[in-house]
Design a binder for this molecule. Structure first.
Ligand SMILES: Cc1cc2nc3c(=O)[nH]c(=O)nc-3n(C[C@H](O)[C@H](O)[C@H](O)COP(=O)(O)O)c2cc1C
Length: 188
């Protein structure tokens, strides 16, 4: 089982890089022979704004743009994901929404967990993600880690509260167990 930890913002000085690294550190403690985690930085892909004439769902995973092709190949290689997502204007960050919209079957029938952050833990973004990703028949894990922007991020960097270690372990365990149950989509 391969699980991609997607660092879902691209702005300079983004906090998603620190949060995703923290998720990966905890994930590695849960990795085993059959369970592998990989960090995926959305910012590395330099994706164009989706403007295709054909729906990605109809593209059979064949894309002309090399950045989109590389993104497709990477996302397709996972059975499950952790979305590390900020909240932008009470919603999902546009760059990650565009990255989701740019693909189709690569996301279908998989499993996702969320680690969010914001003034109120980024929970509004997560609730929007649940609705958006339902279109891919993605199974979304109920429990999340919702990090408090004004308590856990500052000049000193990212300093999660002590209880977050337990929370992320519970989320990742649930993600692994659910992915084992759901399995790799037969259509892929
Ligand atoms: C365009 C923009 C809109 C934002 N809107 C919200 C918001 O609605 N709610 C919130 O809690 N934080 C909001 N923030 C603050 C972000 O939570 C904070 O800047 C966070 O670090 C952004 O994630 P990033 O560093 O990975 O880009 C916003 C930040 C940006 C850049």
């Amino acid at each position: 089982m391969k699980i991609g930890i997607i660092s879902g913002s691209i702005r300079q000085g983004r906090n998603s890089a620190h949060v995703a690294r923290w998720v990966k550190d905890h994930a590695d403690a849960l990795a085993s022979d059959g369970v592998e985690f990989e960090l995926v930085a959305l910012a590395d892909y330099d994706l164009p704004l989706f403007d295709g004439a054909v729906l990605p769902a109809m593209m059979n995973k064949q894309y002309d743009n090399p950045a989109v092709a590389a993104w497709s190949e990477k996302i397709d290689s996972f059975d499950a994901y952790v979305f590390v997502t900020p909240e932008y204007n009470h919603g999902v960050p546009g760059a990650l929404k565009n990255a989701v919209d740019s693909l189709g079957p690569e996301w279908t029938d998989k499993v996702v967990a969320f680690v969010s952050y914001g003034a109120d833990g980024g929970v509004r973004a997560v609730e929007q993600w649940r609705q958006i990703l339902a279109n891919f028949n993605i199974y979304a894990i109920r429990s999340t880690v919702a990090l408090a922007l004004f308590q856990e991020f500052g000049h000193e960097g990212f300093a999660p509260l002590e209880r977050r270690a337990q929370e992320i372990e519970a989320v990742l365990t649930s993600l692994i167990q659910t992915t084992e149950r759901v399995g790799v989509p037969a259509s892929l």
